[in-house]
Design a protein around this ligand. Structure first.
Ligand code: ZN
Length: 239
């Protein structure tokens, strides 16, 4: 749907092509009448994620019962982020952990920027709800992924746009095993297989090594987290 007339229940999903945002998109399709997606091109080193985005969207359209609700996709270029940031995601430096315990992949305030751009786009699209895969249980402890931060931002965006903005974060309090379980509950084997085959998480952009949980180098923090979550979920299903 491209007119200004949206169903009362509409959501804009921050969709990167990764596992978490794919589960969030399936969640939104199960809970809203009309769902649009937004992605950001900020010179991330794992640009393979951007290449996988349309593949994941296409696969979702074919496999999900709610796919008819899926509307427009927008990719916003944010090259300023790569200029500002001096991190492992945009440079070929090694991924390590800083003294503060944050991985050097951390882009300061990245999610605040993403959500602010998403809110501006949603305003123009007549959509009041944003859906994001931010998660407090994530290993990295990104301060802009915390629930308190997003509650505060939700209020700021609502005030600044003079229109009620709701930020939904269905993964906020579940771990990676729980994310796999949620995918299974939302779309069954069709969705978990799609996540394994098409979604990308690896920080190094490796799509040449296939594991039970999907493609990746198998050793970077993102692969490690995804692999452990998958193993824990399979164990919980088997017992
Ligand atoms: Zn990796």
């Amino acid at each position: 749907m491209t007119s200004d007339l949206k169903p009362a229940s509409a959501a804009l999903v921050l969709f990167s092509g990764g596992q978490d945002s794919t589960v969030c998109l399936a969640w939104a399709l199960a809970n809203y009448d009309h769902v649009e997606t937004v992605g950001f091109d900020y010179g991330q080193r794992h640009a393979v994620e951007l290449q996988q985005r349309p593949r994941v969207l296409s696969a979702l359209r074919q496999s999900l019962a709610d796919a008819a609700k899926l509307g427009d996709d927008t990719v916003l270029p944010l090259p300023a982020l790569a200029t500002i940031s001096d991190t492992a995601l945009t440079r070929d430096s090694e991924i390590t952990f800083s003294a503060a315990g944050l991985p050097t992949t951390f882009v300061p305030g990245r999610n605040l920027l993403f959500l602010t751009y998403a809110a501006a786009l949603a305003y123009r699209r007549g959509i009041a709800t944003l859906v994001g895969g931010m998660c407090e249980t994530d290993f990295s402890g990104y301060p802009d992924c915390r629930n308190d931060t997003l509650q505060s931002l939700q209020r700021t965006l609502s005030l600044g746009l003079d229109r009620m903005v709701t930020i939904e974060t269905p993964l906020m309090f579940i771990d990676k095993a729980g994310t796999w379980a949620l995918a299974d509950a939302l779309g069954g084997a069709a969705l978990t297989e799609l996540i394994i085959e098409e979604t990308h998480t690896c920080y190094l952009g490796d799509r040449s090594h296939r594991h039970a949980w999907g493609y990746g180098c198998g050793t970077c923090p993102a692969c490690d987290l995804r692999a452990k979550g998958y193993a824990a979920w399979r164990l919980s299903v088997a017992t």
